[in-house]
Design a protein around this ligand. Structure first.
Ligand SMILES: Cc1cc2nc3c(=O)[nH]c(=O)nc-3n(C[C@H](O)[C@H](O)[C@H](O)COP(=O)(O)OP(=O)(O)OC[C@H]3O[C@@H](n4cnc5c(N)ncnc54)[C@H](O)[C@@H]3O)c2cc1C
Length: 336
């Protein structure tokens, strides 16, 4: 690992004055070798440094900034989770478990207890893909500036089955699958003192739009919180993650289902697929197939079938199509 200096930021502005790059920019060599980047729990950044993918000259530690570590819930305004809140703190929070079950389930199934103790929510959203070609120093892939996605004709068993025309990596954040299903927004502070709030559906950048990054975050921006609208008594949710094994692992397929119900009828649905495409995606087809219907074995199956319309699996990941159908159907039925 290269030598680097360390700065303990005290406030959001202090942190923003110290950084000059996102990790994506360092990786794409868009900045000088004097790069300074944020670190919170370090579970992704330090992996990338140890893998030799990035060598920032300065680490700006944001973990001790006061005010970014709180979870607040109000029935009327909903849930606000500070960016430095760990996945373990989210998992232990009773209000998240009671009112946002799918989010509780998503964080409880991310990584291991040790990782969840360190991993922050902000870092989870800003982490980079775990595609093995992207993480390999031997492969100068599309995301690192070449024109080639090695997974397309290579080892693509864990890769995207939708929207995979250029890069076929999948996003590593399974927590985002649940956040998007709850229609969450990301609060972002900028160096000029301005703040912007961006819907989860607008937060991620597809490789077709810009393969060098996975989110809209700019160098002078810090995620400060995630905000989730209120969840009423008629909201039912469920999250399922399928990994390659039952111990810690990233998702090979995951789904979050958030339904507004009246009796056993579905009034509204938001069904989000993770590890299906390079970014988490809302399945409009699956939601439309369910809205206005009684929730039954048959309608859950129809919605699951619809979720895979237009899938374009690669040579080694066609198994993901029936896998997604099974977990979408199961998650819908688990809400009843
Ligand atoms: C073995 C393993 C298994 C895992 N399994 C899962 C899983 O199943 N599901 C899942 O969702 N995740 C999983 N993860 C990922 C893990 O949740 C993330 O690595 C973690 O959340 C990142 O948070 P961090 O605080 O450690 O980020 P860091 O490593 O500190 O930072 C990661 C990136 O985010 C940037 N950053 C950090 N905080 C902010 C902020 N507030 N604003 C702007 N940029 C910021 C940093 O500059 C860096 O680019 C796994 C990780 C490991 C190592």
């Amino acid at each position: 690992m290269n030598k680097f200096s360390w700065y303990d930021a005290k406030t959001v502005n202090d942190a923003l004055e110290q950084v000059n790059a996102t990790v994506s920019e360092v990786l794409a060599s868009k900045v000088s070798d004097q790069s300074a980047v944020f670190k919170c729990g370090g579970t992704d950044l330090l992996d990338m440094m140890k893998e030799g993918l990035v060598a920032p000259k300065k680490i700006v530690n944001i973990k001790n900034i006061a005010g970014l570590d709180a979870i607040s819930y109000h029935q009327k305004s909903g849930l606000k989770i500070g960016a430095n809140v760990t996945l373990a703190q989210m998992e232990a929070n009773a209000e998240i478990k009671q009112n946002y079950l799918a989010l509780h389930q998503a964080v409880a199934h991310a990584g291991t207890p040790q990782i969840r103790n360190m991993a922050s929510l902000g870092g989870n959203l800003a982490q980079r893909t775990r595609c093995w070609y992207f993480r390999s120093l031997d492969h100068e892939c599309l995301r690192k500036g070449s024109g080639t996605c090695f997974a397309r004709n290579g080892e693509n068993e864990f890769h995207a089955i939708m929207k995979n025309g250029s890069c076929s990596s999948v996003h590593a954040s399974s927590v985002s699958t649940a956040l998007m299903a709850f229609d969450a927004s990301v609060e972002i502070a900028a160096a000029d003192g301005k703040k912007r709030t961006v819907k989860m559906t607008e937060f991620f950048v597809t490789p077709g739009d810009d393969s060098s990054r996975e989110s809209i975050l700019e160098a002078n921006e810090l995620i400060t919180a995630v905000i989730i609208p209120p969840s009423g008594s008629k909201t039912k949710s469920y999250y399922i993650k399928q990994g390659a094994r039952e111990s810690y692992d990233w998702a090979i397929a995951d789904v979050a289902v958030v339904l507004e119900v009246s009796g056993s009828k579905c009034k509204n649905a938001n069904i989000v697929l993770g590890a299906a495409a390079p970014v988490p995606i809302r399945s409009e087809a699956a939601s439309t197939a369910l809205i206005g219907k009684e929730i039954t074995e048959q309608t859950a199956k129809d919605s699951a079938e619809a979720s895979m319309k237009g899938a374009t699996p690669l040579s080694k990941n066609a198994y993901k199509v029936p896998l997604f159908k099974a977990i979408v159907k199961r998650a819908i039925l688990k809400t009843t």
